[in-house]
Design a protein around this ligand. Sequence first.
Ligand code: F6P
Length: 549
Amino acid sequence: MCLAEVTEIGCRNTMAEQPFGGAGMPSLNPQTTPAWQVLERLAGHYVREFDLRQAFATDPMRFQQHSVRIPHMLLDLSKNLWDQPVVEQLLALAMQMGLTERRSQLINGEIVNHTERQAAVHAALRLAFTSGSTPVSAAMAQNCADLGAMLATAETIRADATVHDVVHIGIGGSSLGPELALQALRPYWRSQQRLHVVSNLDGHDLAETLAQCHPAHTLFIAASKSWSTFETLQNLRSATDWLQQNGINPADRVVAITAKPSAAQTSGLKNVLPMPADLGGRYSLWSAVGLPVAVAIGAAGFRELLAGAAAMDEHFTLAPLAHNAPVLLGLLDVWYSSFMRMPSRCVAPYHHRLRRLPAYLQQLDMESNGKSVRQNGAGVGYATAMALWGEAGTNGQHAYFQWLHQGTQRIPVEFVAASQANHALLGHQNPLQANAIAQAQALMLGAKAGPGQLLGHQDFPGNRPSTFLLLDGPLSPSALGALVALYEHRTFVSGVVWGINSFDQWGVELGKVLAKEILQRMTTGYWDGLDASTAGLLNAACTTAEALP
Ligand code: F6P
């Protein structure tokens, strides 16, 4: 990117004129910013006329201009439906929405979650822990000490020859990060112990895991920031029943991780590791919830994971916005969603060990930015987070890639690959890379049916956008840390530009309340007052369910 910091300086004045709501809550409507108006005018051209093939033909420096080298990876943004004028206006929009101020608040551990009056300390904690310098506050010093205590606990567990299986119980942010990291870093496991993650309320999940374990040799980690999540508490109840039925005291075989230590202690658990209340649930991997990962890869490996993430935090904090990967990615999401009206985006990890990345990102991005109100509660008049989906390559090529190449919707695809493999099998890595690069190329170039081919059926329209993230080496702990932090900050950036709170998740609450009510009805058999569909479903479910009245 060759945009000068002039963009940042030039826009700072505009920012100073914008009103902010009470108690530091940003209440700006992005649609009222000058940059938004310009981008709306530009969008029509990029929807209808902009052609990637032409853009590359007329600009031999397009790849250099639209790609950045960042810690542990290369980010190629050149095959996207944008150009310098769009990028400049998006950067101006970011400034007009106060991105640099909001970024400082995030990195300094100040309040950024205004509905819950909380900071989101994941980056501040990583930076404080890895820098080794004196933390800025007593609370941060305590957070660092707690993280250190978790790593010490991990080493104790690793050294315990009586523990053969470690079962991590949690859901959402309390399981997706550990699950992603455990799977991604399998070649870096230094533990003889087997690690499992159980999250689903569906008992098949836990039952299948318990079937592989011996009660005398199993340690459970129960992670719940709130210590009130039904799924986790039910799985924990079933796990402790299993231990008790086999004559084992659960208090000896369960480590609880929570921001509500007294609640866990009240339920009879004595091994309790705290996590910070102001570390958002989606970022739990960076707290004691990372325990199963630290057991698997060791405390030293976990420190590398943290260091990789901290390197990305530094990049996000220090790199000029025009060369700042999380900023550019976040702005790209805003461009595609709000201006080019794309309904979804696809993430295709060309790495078998990243096959849970789309699921992880679904929570990170869709729970954070799947919002229709701005910080001040006013409705948004524009599209926010796109739906995110995907599947590992090359498997996806034999499933949904047909839709990407020839379907009626055009959506951005993100390829994530590593330059080196962690296996020694010949004949896989180069073809894998070739396929990823070829798919991005095919989406862009398209093709016309040739002589003897089926007109229409064998036409590829092309001009379909993609982003490519290529790790410099293998998927190591530090590379994974950098990748996860990149995605976290990207989500933050688009949330700031949309003027929404990326750190709450009120939208998950209603379903929880209604599920309780319905469960209650299942035990009483009382359907009165329900809508006909809900009553009909309950009727059908209860003819076969275990909870028949
Ligand atoms: O799905 C909603 C949610 O609140 C997530 O934000 C969170 O990560 C998950 O539930 C688990 O919450 P807890 O860690 O409190 O059990």
